[in-house]
Design a protein around this ligand. Structure first.
Ligand SMILES: [Zn+2]
Ligand SMILES: [Zn+2]
Length: 795
């Protein structure tokens, strides 16, 4: 029997602590039936946000369901600790820039920040009831892993060594995206576009041959010093006469050719465009295509260099203002217009991107676009529409992936160079290397014999680390037998916003390394927004912190809400405290039903069932069937909605109301066997409802099942649908009950009062005894029509 009067969030703590301490969900490596989940390692420098909370809760449902289906679920927690988010946290906290102190000192500060934050992250997941394979940091399969552990970094470096040897990595000095805020090169995948207000300046150029003045509009006048060409559209009749002539740039007086090129837009400004190195992506492509030598005018630190002449030493913004003033003074500025300009900005720090030429390492991807599309088409996507996000991204790729960065807290590029002949030295795989502080592992240069080396100082893009998570969790290069047996990883669950980074890079890198598709299924989670569909943000004040949710309601209402709200066919999750609180009512209902049922002594042997019992068993089995089919496809929304409906609108309101008299049998109108059939059926339905809900609300179902059935529900087998015949129609039963209750109410009777006589449909004859007992009908008769009416009522 259930002792506690109500379900309370305070009951959760004891259960999650038991799960953690007893290592209840520990992964069994020896298993032949493995379901593996490549969970997204969250950054540890910020507390778990509501989007992560929903993603992990839904993933946990997948894990728990498959466990009940007999799988050993590999469900490890990874913590991402590499890269810019950590460095930026240090820079904010200690008010220091990474390049202002020594590398050693900076790394120490990173470790300090990391130590404080990791534990808080884990705590929220524990309270949410996430059934990770382990809560301990370690090297075994299933343990919590850290992307900055020597073990993990050694694997990242080992993949670099393999890819280098396969000829898939090369170094090249080319113009690349550079974030002045993060002070490093970044990949196209890390850029977002925003329409930012800017000024379009009409600047006067001169045609050398004719001395004609031409006006060219530009948002980046500070780059005039890098102008290499002036173009107009071949269709633009206004400028045909300039073809092949020479333009003289203002102030710098540099002669540049004028040509017709389709990149110029007729309707933009005067139709003439100056091509600079490098205002935007188009410029980069243009310079490459036309084989023009770029003039670099902006330094890494975002200041102008000597190529900018009188602007040298100024920051880009200052330089822009200064040259505009100078153009005005010389009468070379014809007008200014405010406009919105589609500007590439850094996804992390939100700085506008500059384009700077620097030597970086690249991993080949352009040559593999077709192969990647082929792989993308082989994956199972949930929901199917998410596939297109990946395909569109692959289509848009134009350059190889720049994998090196000029930061500190990340995995080091494992290379040394001979000081004499510059030969790159690649170390052996299997160890974690820090070339900037360690000696070269070989004594003599194989090429020139010199014994002087210098270590590489660059590090990897963090996606180069996190794109090997499925390899790491499956024991790649650490446990070959396990890896071979369990590749591909069963499921990659992740957010929509990292399809082009995490999902794409993982597929690419794992394909390069193993030649295989690394996942079977991919599940994409969408955004969490507020109840009006607006993005949550601190400035609007509509952010919901999972910690507040846990403090107010505990995990269960939040989890039930996630399942109900998590419709894969929709694009966002609408979240509010009211919506989450709404789920509490269903939990109370479940508790009350369970408590009611637990008053009766359980009947173990199946008695002969009555027609009403067979009807509700059939109903509950159609729910079981739905849950089996949908859970398999990561859809918890439809079964959750249907189960909630079943509990409230069918099981509690109709079956329990009709069968109560028989279950108590205080009047003695029923035989012992009829009474037992009622009790048997109540327990049968409760057992199945709890099992359907166990992956969704693991605390309350655990507690009820343990107290009533004496076993751990999470290690019970998920039920298969049982075929039970019934001729009764659910709508007819609902209609009959509702009509009788309504009539009684309208006539001022209580529901317990008697009815003199009632005529009901013939089709309900088989449950006459239960109907008569439940509604206290003195005389019953049957009519052809489904319509039910009550003739006489006792006052
Ligand atoms: Zn940045
Ligand atoms: Zn050498």
């Amino acid at each position: 029997m259930l002792k506690e009067k109500n379900w309370s969030k305070d009951l959760e703590k004891e259960i999650y602590e038991y799960w953690k301490e007893k290592k209840v969900f520990k992964f069994n490596k020896k298993s032949n039936k493995v379901f593996s989940i490549d969970t997204p390692p969250p950054y540890v420098n910020t507390p778990v946000h509501i989007g992560q909370a929903t993603t992990y809760v839904l993933m946990d449902m997948f894990a728990r369901f498959h466990r009940m289906k007999g799988f050993d679920v590999l469900f490890p927690l990874g913590l991402d600790r590499n890269g810019l988010p950590i460095e930026m946290a240090v820079e904010n906290k200690f008010k220091v820039k990474f390049n202002e102190i020594t590398r050693e000192e900076f790394l120490k500060l990173c470790e300090k920040v990391l130590q404080e934050s990791s534990l808080a992250t884990v705590e929220s997941f524990l309270r949410l009831g996430i059934s990770f394979s382990s809560w301990e940091i370690g090297k075994n399969i299933g343990d919590v892993y850290l992307t900055d552990s020597p073990d993990y970094r050694a694997l990242t470096q080992s993949t670099f060594i393999d890819l280098w040897k396969k000829g898939l990595i090369y170094e090249d000095e080319r113009v690349n995206n550079f974030c002045p805020g993060c002070q490093t090169t970044i990949a196209d995948a890390e850029i977002v576009y925003q329409d930012l207000p800017t000024i379009f300046n009409d600047v006067v150029f001169r045609v050398k041959e004719t001395n004609e003045e031409i006006v060219i509009g530009t948002t980046r006048p500070e780059l005039i010093c890098t102008c290499a060409m002036v173009i107009f559209n071949p269709e633009d009749k206004r400028w045909k006469h300039l073809e092949g002539k020479t333009a003289i740039t203002p102030i710098y007086e540099k002669p540049v050719p004028i040509i017709a090129h389709p990149l110029a837009q007729i309707e933009k400004g005067t139709g003439l465009e100056m091509m600079c190195s490098f205002g935007d992506q188009n410029d980069i492509r243009f310079f490459r295509e036309m084989n023009l030598k770029p003039v670099i005018a902006i330094n890494q630190d975002g200041t102008m260099n000597e190529n900018a002449g009188f602007l040298a030493g100024l920051k880009v913004e200052e330089a822009r203002n200064k040259i505009i003033q100078e153009l005005k003074n010389r009468g070379l500025l014809r007008g200014q217009k405010h406009m919105l300009h589609r500007t590439p900005i850094c996804e992390r720090s939100k700085h506008p991107i500059e384009f700077i030429a620097m030597p970086e390492f690249y991993l080949k991807q352009v040559d593999y676009k077709d192969k990647m599309k082929e792989l993308a088409n082989k994956l199972n996507f949930y929901d199917e529409t998410s596939r297109q996000i990946l395909l569109n991204w692959i289509d848009s790729i134009t350059i190889d992936w720049p994998i090196s960065r000029r930061r500190y807290y990340a995995t080091e590029v494992p290379l040394w160079y001979c000081k004499k002949c510059n030969e790159p030295i690649l170390p052996e795989k299997g160890k974690y290397y820090q070339p900037w502080r360690e000696k070269c592992p070989i004594k003599k240069c194989p090429k020139c014999g010199s014994n002087q080396f210098k270590g590489e100082e660059r590090v990897f893009d963090t996606w180069f680390d996190s794109s090997i998570t499925p390899l790491y969790i499956l024991g790649y290069e650490r446990d070959d037998e396990f890896f071979k047996k369990h590749i591909p990883c069963t499921l990659r669950p992740q957010g929509k916003e990292i399809v082009r980074t995490w999902l794409y890079y993982t597929l690419l890198k794992c394909y390069h390394l193993t030649g295989k598709l690394i996942f079977r299924d991919v599940w994409i989670n969408y955004h969490v927004v507020d109840e009006f569909g607006k993005k949550m943000s601190k400035s609007v004040g509509n952010v919901i912190d999972p910690k507040d949710v846990l403090d107010r309601f505990g995990a269960e209402p939040f989890r039930l809400w996630c399942a109900i709200e998590g419709n894969l066919e929709k694009t966002d999750f609408r979240c509010s405290f009211v919506r989450i609180e709404g789920a509490c009512k269903t939990l109370t209902k479940l508790w009350n039903i369970s408590k009611f049922i637990s008053f009766f002594e359980k009947v173990d042997k199946k008695p002969e069932l009555l027609k009403l019992d067979e009807w509700i068993m059939n109903e509950v089995n159609s729910l079981v069937k739905l849950a089996n089919e949908r859970y398999e496809r990561y859809d918890f929304h439809n079964p959750a909605v249907m189960t909630k409906h079943f509990i409230w609108e069918i099981f509690a309101s109709h079956y329990i109301e009709l069968v109560k008299e028989r279950a108590y049998n205080s009047s003695g109108k029923f035989s012992k066997e009829e009474q037992e059939a009622a009790i048997y059926t109540l327990y049968y339905c409760l057992d199945r409802i709890l099992k359907i809900l166990a992956p969704i609300v693991p605390f309350i179902t655990y507690k009820i099942y343990k107290d009533i059935f004496g076993r751990d529900i999470h290690f019970e087998e998920f039920p298969e649908p049982e075929k039970i015949k019934t001729e009764l129609k659910t709508e007819e039963i609902i209609e009959l009950n509702s009509k009788i209750w309504k009539t009684k109410k309208e006539n001022g009777l209580s529901l317990r009062d008697e009815i003199e006589e009632a005529t009901i449909s013939q089709s309900l004859k088989s449950i006459e005894k239960d109907i008569v007992a439940a509604h206290k009908i003195k005389k019953i008769s049957y009519g052809d029509k489904l319509e039910i009416f009550i003739k006489k009522c006792k006052i």
